[in-house]
Design a protein. Structure first.
Length: 113
């Protein structure tokens, strides 16, 4: 076996190892994305129970245009519900305020209900 054959064999082994490693990384990322999507779906189901149809509609529109902002806002709503700060349906006007506050980077809100 010549040096050139050994070099080719070694390069092929390295390539195969790199491909396998990349495939594992892709699978791990897909699993993480799936888990994150499940968590978002759970948060949405909690929050939507306390939102009017108009607020839910606005959430859907914002989620399409600005998914990160929408997810932060809906997560905030779900957290506020669990803490007992939201006891009745959140109106569209209220959700608009939450969205604006999230865009501005605020982390604390007061509910006047």
């Amino acid at each position: 076996m010549g040096i050139e054959e050994i070099r080719k064999k070694k390069l092929q082994e390295l390539s195969n190892n790199d491909i396998a490693q990349l495939e594992r990384q892709v699978e791990e990322q897909q699993a993480a994305m799936q888990q994150m999507n499940q968590q978002i779906a759970l948060i949405e189901s909690i929050a939507k129970q306390y939102m009017t149809k108009e607020a839910i509609s606005r959430y859907g529109a914002v989620k399409i245009a600005h998914p990160e902002t929408a997810i932060k806002a809906i997560a905030f709503v779900a957290q506020a519900i669990q803490l007992g700060h939201i006891k009745e349906k959140l109106k569209d006007e209220d959700f608009k305020i939450i969205l604006q506050e999230v865009k501005e980077g605020k982390t604390k809100f007061t509910f006047k209900k």
